[in-house]
Design a protein around this ligand. Structure first.
Ligand code: JCQ
Length: 221
């Protein structure tokens, strides 16, 4: 999969996408990731990417010309153009699974008060939010999408990591788990898990997952 990212802060991408599973997926050729500096698509002396909103009001908007030029130069016929902003539709595991089926993504990251509406109307195929909070810019949300999508690409996860994908596909939160030692600072692992009765253990875990989901995320039930 090819993923392009358009950002004012390319340096933010240096760390997280060069570690662990994503690093391995890039080295294996599963992910071809390119980070583009939006300012490189301006033509004025000050490399202007933003301007004040018509009608007044606080803050600045990303102006259309640099983003249109960048998207037209970077995208290919199959490219799905996605804006990252708090006004987008929620990014979920189901959306990650959909995006993992695409061949080309271009993630356009915003900041300030937002995008000139013509960017939305004419360029964007989709607009995604990673959650109901406001960040300083869309670089972290773009990295979240790249990470969640890349780990779903066939061959990205090893066997041990793949097992983990089961957890969210149940639609419930994960049940509690323990590893050795069986007693730590006086706290014991539930006897049930030491019983060796795998049918009973599976039933117990399903119950624990439901209890935890009802307490923390009743919206998922
Ligand atoms: C994305 N959840 C939060 C902030 C404006 C118009 O674009 C803007 C983008 C940002 C950065 O993204 C987020 C975000 N999902 O804050 C303001």
């Amino acid at each position: 999969m090819k993923i392009d990212v358009l950002t004012l802060f390319p340096a933010m991408f240096a760390g997280p996408l060069n570690e662990s599973i994503i690093k391995r997926a890039r080295e294996a050729g599963l992910l071809d990731l390119t980070i583009h500096q939006l300012r490189d698509y301006t033509h004025d002396r000050h490399k202007t990417v933003d301007d004040r909103p018509f009608g007044g009001g606080p803050g600045m908007l990303l102006k259309p010309e640099p983003i249109f030029e960048a998207v037209e130069k970077i995208s290919r016929p199959a490219t799905k153009v996605i804006l990252m902003s708090p006004s987008g539709r929620p990014f979920t595991q189901a959306v990650a699974r959909e995006l993992a089926q695409e061949s080309d993504l271009l993630l356009v990251t915003g900041h300030y008060e937002g995008f000139d509406e013509r960017i939305r109307e004419l360029l964007a195929d989709d607009e995604l939010s990673i959650g109901d909070y406001v960040l300083t810019n869309g670089a972290l949300p773009a990295m979240v999408v790249v990470d969640a999508v890349t780990r779903l690409l066939p061959g990205a996860l090893g066997d041990a990591e793949s097992a983990n994908e089961e957890s969210f596909s149940s639609g419930l939160l994960e049940y509690p788990q323990w590893t050795r030692p069986a007693e730590f600072r006086g706290m014991k692992v539930p006897d049930m898990l030491l019983s060796g009765n795998h049918a009973e253990i599976a039933k117990w875990r399903a119950g624990q997952a439901r209890v935890r989901t009802r307490e923390r995320r009743p919206d998922l039930l």
